[in-house]
Design a protein around this ligand. Structure first.
Ligand code: FAD
Length: 468
């Protein structure tokens, strides 16, 4: 018969959800096996957050060269150029360094890392195909953290040469002369703006009336403006009907209001969402419930309907974000470790690394109204901020959503330079149950973008100093 290794917890998937859970379990003294079929760090480190931010950072620096001239800096010699081969090497060094760090942390915390593909054999056993062996682990608890994969359209199979997904787009070694992006959500917009800065002629096709359909139009408009300045063509309310690869280029037939149009580009990038990796894991046989979209329903302790099987990260409902995955990983580990722990999904911030960046936490004005609040919305434009001007990043604004009766802060929304870092103040304020006076009374350093929150809070109280 089979010989099974007995462990307290098996974690399937070594992304930001899984490896965080495994380390926390190790800290709590549990025996834990972390099974990863590919690379620790998951999508986030190897094909998502970090590689995409590496591209965006490089594109931004390249684009900023144009501002240097207006600031009085003359660059001698040839015009700047891009070598994506070198960029790939630079990016790889960073991801390798971070991957090594995760391995070290796992080792230091007593986590056994197993390389192989896991499959549930029963409600307490998992089998791992390692390539040269089939190992079985018997567990008390399991955490499903298998993440998600790019979705594709049935008529446009990704070939990674002409039809790309986000993974192959981040592996390019040459900037495409032209690029059609199908899907104007956050991944499509982040990559689209970056490639436009590097010189691609970018066209973005979005089915909804607005790009970034999950974001309020007054916020996404700032990104739309910048996209237009960069020469990006945006086709909203437009759907792709057909896509063919011809001799060396891609042809897309798109449709808007019944009118057909043909677009041609060197490459096409499909960013039409992601699907959870929950099929074929053997979870159906174990009796785990699925939502229609393949995600796994969980409670605030991250338990599935099967009490000892937990699910975290992109396989669960709600936003697919790395910091959500790692927070859920900590909660699941602590619950398994016998600690009181739960997740409150209402204060998970979202970030979009477009230009300008977008970030937010808590309720939008519309959501607050729907929940019965009398809402006060106040904004501070970065045009009125000294640092924003000297940094040549005057676009955007900071916005607070306040309950008019209690003055409790309900939401923070920001579009502008460094929004991803600035949202931290808003997350903390909501976690602490702050009122708008708490932000208005807090001394914010000058000159910084963080003064945007101060200005918005003062405006909410009707005594803004720097705006009328
Ligand atoms: P994943 O990171 O998907 O990891 C799951 C792991 O499980 C994978 O390594 C996979 O190999 C492994 N696995 C799957 N099945 C098995 C199996 N049967 N056996 C063993 N191992 C298995 N999020 C942000 O918060 N900020 C960003 O800026 C951001 N940018 C992004 C940019 C791009 C281009 C993309 C694609 C995503 C981005 N995300 C970003 C989303 C983020 O990457 C995900 O939310 C995050 O990686 C989810 O973590 P996870 O642990 O749930 O799963």
């Amino acid at each position: 018969g089979e010989v099974a290794v007995e462990v307290d917890t098996v974690v399937v998937g070594g992304g930001p959800g899984g490896y965080t859970a495994a380390i926390r379990l190790g800290q709590l003294g549990k025996s834990v096996v972390l099974i990863e079929k590919n690379q620790l760090g998951g999508v986030c480190l190897n094909r998502g957050c970090i590689p995409s931010k590496a591209l965006i950072q490089m594109a931004e620096k390249f684009d900023e060269l144009t501002h240097l001239k207006e600031m009085g800096v003359e660059l001698p010699g040839k015009p700047a150029s891009i070598d994506l081969h070198k960029w790939q090497k630079w990016k790889q060094e960073i991801t390798t360094k971070l991957n090594t760090g995760i391995h070290q942390l796992c080792q230091q915390n007593g986590v056994t890392v197993v390389t192989g593909e896991a499959h549930f054999l029963s409600s307490h056993r998992v089998g791992v195909e390692t390539g040269n062996a089939f190992d079985v682990y018997k567990f008390e608890h399991a955490i499903v953290a298998t993440g998600s994969s790019p979705r594709s359209l049935p008529f446009a199979e990704v070939d990674h040469t002409y039809i790309l997904d986000s993974t192959s787009a981040l592996e390019l070694t040459e900037v495409p002369r032209s690029l059609s992006i199908v899907g104007g959500g956050y991944i499509g917009m982040e990559l689209g703006l970056a490639f436009a800065k590097l010189g691609s002629a970018v066209t973005i096709v979005e089915m909804s009336p607005h790009i970034l359909p999950a974001t309020a139009p007054h916020i996404s408009r700032e990104v739309l403006n910048k996209a237009e300045k960069l020469g990006v063509t945006i086709k909203s309310s437009t759907s792709v009907e057909h896509l063919t690869v011809n001799d060396g280029y891609v042809e897309l037939i798109v449709q808007s209001n019944g009118e057909q149009e043909t677009l041609q580009s060197e490459k096409a990038l499909m960013t039409v969402g992601r699907s959870p990796n929950t099929k074929g894991l053997g979870l159906e046989q174990v009796g785990v419930f699925f939502n229609e979209d393949g995600t796994l329903p969980i409670n605030e302790e991250c338990r599935t309907n099967i009490d000892h099987i937990f699910a975290i990260g992109d396989v669960t409902e709600g936003p697919a974000l790395a910091h959500k995955a790692s927070k859920q990983g900590i909660v699941a580990a602590e619950v398994i470790g016998g600690l009181p722990s739960a997740i409150d999904s209402s204060y998970i911030p979202y970030v979009v690394f477009t230009d300008p960046q977008i970030a937010g936490v808590g309720l939008t004005a519309k959501q607050a109204q729907e929940q019965g609040h009398r809402v006060k919305t106040a904004r501070f434009p970065f045009q009125a901020n000294g640092l924003a001007l000297v940094a040549s990043k005057p676009d955007g604004f900071a916005e607070v959503i306040v309950d008019e009766e209690s003055h409790l802060l309900l939401g923070f929304h920001i579009v502008g330079a460094d929004a991803s870092n600035l949202i931290g103040e808003g997350v903390l304020a909501l976690e602490l149950g702050a009122r708008v006076e708490d932000v208005a009374l807090t001394v914010h350093p000058h000159p910084t973008f963080s003064e945007g929150w101060l200005g918005a809070a003062e405006a909410a109280l009707g005594h803004a100093i720097h705006v009328v």
